[in-house]
Design a protein around this ligand. Structure first.
Ligand SMILES: [Zn+2]
Length: 147
């Protein structure tokens, strides 16, 4: 019999072998890079933004299975969302999708690196395009306190 944990485990392996939205967007509107030196995960995320909506998103770089799987899930969730909606994406939205709610602290950075990169890309874009710097500062803080 296959348990739920096994199904999630298979999903993670699957995503890491065939990541979704993997690649580059050459004419991106915003891009951001960050890494998790503890594990060696290193991710770039490119986004196209039109009319305050993420019309396309791709990630590239290298990462462990958890990092690749979470980046795939996150980019799927992000695509088509408004900037406000992207901002509200919570870490549990990603973790629950892959059954990782009880991940050990040391692996949480693997799982949430891409979310940190997306939030960082978002405040970079907002800083360039919006005048409300208070809002941008708040968003920076949110990204910094993700884990
Ligand atoms: Zn990792």
């Amino acid at each position: 019999m296959t348990g739920t944990a096994d199904i999630y485990h298979e999903m993670i392996i699957d995503y890491s072998r065939n990541p979704i939205n993997f690649g580059e967007i050459k004419d991106h509107d915003v891009t951001f890079h960050d890494s998790n030196p503890l594990c060696g995960d290193s991710i770039d995320i490119d986004m196209k933004i039109d009319d305050n909506k993420v019309t396309d998103i791709k990630f590239h770089g290298k990462g462990c299975a958890i990092c690749m799987a979470c980046s795939s899930v996150l980019t799927e969730i992000t695509k088509g969302k408004t900037l406000d909606e992207v901002r509200k994406i919570d870490k549990n939205d990603i973790l629950s999708e892959l059954g990782l709610e009880h991940l050990q602290a040391v692996r949480i950075k693997c799982a949430l690196l891409s979310l940190k990169v997306v939030k960082s890309a978002l405040y970079t874009y907002m800083g360039e395009h919006l005048n409300d710097s208070q809002d941008v500062d708040k968003l920076k803080e949110e990204a910094a306190n993700l884990y």
